[in-house]
Each structure stands twice: as C-alpha cells, then as structure tokens.
Ligand binder design. Structure first.
Ligand code: ACM
Length: 267
C-alpha cells in the first residue's frame, strides 16, 4: 500500500486558510494512508487560552468534517491533529478518519512545554484502530503525537497493542526526533510515519522554529521517505503493514516473546 506525509507551514489561528492550503496540496493525492501534522489547521504556540479556545473544535466540528470529506474524496485513511473541545476541557488530539467516517480519536498523553498550561493531558491511553487499505486489506493503526516520541513507552504500548503502523502527527522543535524515529521503529518492529510542520510562531517574545524533516521508517529502522527542514508538499512511500508482524530476531529470539516484563521497572 501507499503512505503519504504532508509537511507544510500553517498560519496561526487561520483555520480556513489552512484547510484551503491543504486542499490544494493534496489535490492529486494517491495514497491509502495520509498523515498530517499536529494541530495542522490551528497553529501551535498559542499566545493565550482565548486564542486556543477560538480554534478548538469538537470531534464533529469543521476540521474533522473536512478530514472526512477528504477521506471520502481521496479514498484514504487520514490521521491529523486538531484542538479537541470537550466538556472536560481542550485536548491536543488527533482524529483518524476513513471513507466511512470517524474511526477514533487519540489525545496526546505527554504535553510539551507550555501545552501544559493550555491542554488537558490525554485520558484515552494509546488506542489502536482497525482500518483498511484501498484493497480492503485490514491493518492496525496506532497514533502518538509529537513529544510522545520522547517516551519510548508510547510506541511500545502501541506495538504491544498490535499496531502495525504508528502515525505521528507532529510540530517538532527539538532536533533529536528525526534521528530517534528509526530506533522507535526498529525496537518495536513497526512502521512509523512522522508528519511535521515548518515555519515559526512567536508567543511572549519567544520564537519556536519547527524543524520539518518529516519521515517514514520501516520495522528495520530504514527511512522510507524524508523531507528537508524547509520542504512543503506531499511525499509518498510504499509499504506492507503485515511485514511488521513477524518479530522473530533469530531462530530462538522474538522481540516480544523474549520480553521479561516481570523484571522491568515502569515506575
Ligand atoms: C511538541 O510536542 N509539539 C514539541
């Protein structure tokens, strides 16, 4: 099947401009799975909780409805970040949509820097979703958002729950993620798809510069496709999610079978 990553430069708080920009960039999309960045239509470095509230939406709001329309139109599963408005506060979430509609939502577990002042920490764990490629072949899709990569437990939890592919919408500012994702893929024997943004945003005199360098990795830790720091557009890659499932390392070793959960320290 074919995966796709969109990397671009969203405009702060300008949801309509951002949806129109993405619409143009994916005009000729030909892929089974498309991953967009974290908070892809909203902007990231919110100057106030009022600014965040002005773009927060429920999971049946403008942004997710647009994702569903793209998914139907392009016949692709889409994973994309949005600020999710709920009765218990605003979450930094990602929606998974298929041509049939909303498959599910993931809420970012590990909040980065000033996100802690604005968002609720994710309360849905690390769910894994059942989806299909364009030939009707089922595969299992996990989601983590940006800074979750820093905690190996995120990708491990998803892999242990059966994810073949980890979609990773991001707004990366730290340089270490692009060289760490091949290891996350290798140590869990999964595909990873990191969609980052470019550009910069300023709040309270502080500038955050987003590092681009989106990338997809295979279960051997090889990079299947990657962007530059500045690149804008869609890159695609071919892969077979099923090939993640055989975790034999040698004739007598298996990545999950050889785990010694009883000797690991989790807290
Ligand atoms: C991040 O988690 N957006 C750095």
């Amino acid at each position: 099947m074919k995966g796709a990553i969109l990397q671009y430069d969203p405009a702060y708080l300008d949801v309509e401009r951002n949806l129109a920009a993405v619409d143009g960039l994916i005009d000729s999309l030909d892929a089974d799975l498309l991953v967009l960045p974290e908070l892809f239509a909203a902007g990231y470095f919110f100057k106030s909780s009022e600014d965040l509230r002005s773009v927060a939406e429920t999971a049946d709001g403008r942004t997710v409805e647009q994702l569903k329309a793209w998914s139907r139109d392009k016949n692709a599963v889409i994973v994309a970040g949005f600020p999710e408005l709920t009765a218990s506060g605003i979450y930094n979430s990602a929606a998974v949509v298929s041509p049939q509609g909303l498959v599910g939502v993931y809420r970012k577990v590990h909040l980065f820097y000033r996100e802690k002042e604005l968002f609720q920490p994710g309360d849905l764990g690390f769910p894994v979703f059942d989806v299909k490629d364009r030939n009707g072949e089922p595969y299992r899709l996990g989601v983590m958002i940006c800074f979750d990569w820093y905690f190996p437990e995120s990708a491990r939890s998803l892999a242990l729950s059966g994810a073949d592919v980890i979609a990773h919408p991001s707004n990366l500012v730290r340089k270490d993620c692009p060289r760490s994702m091949p290891i996350r893929a290798l140590e869990n024997h999964v595909f990873t798809v990191t969609a980052n943004r470019v550009g910069g945003e300023e709040s309270d005199g502080e500038l955050l510069t987003f590092i681009g360098q989106s990338l997809a990795c295979d279960p051997a830790g090889e990079v299947l496709c990657s962007f530059t720091r500045e690149g804008v557009g869609v890159e695609t890659f071919s892969f077979d999610p099923k090939t993640s499932r055989n975790r034999d390392i040698t004739a007598t070793n298996n990545l999950f079978g050889d785990r010694r959960a009883e000797v690991y320290r989790l807290a």
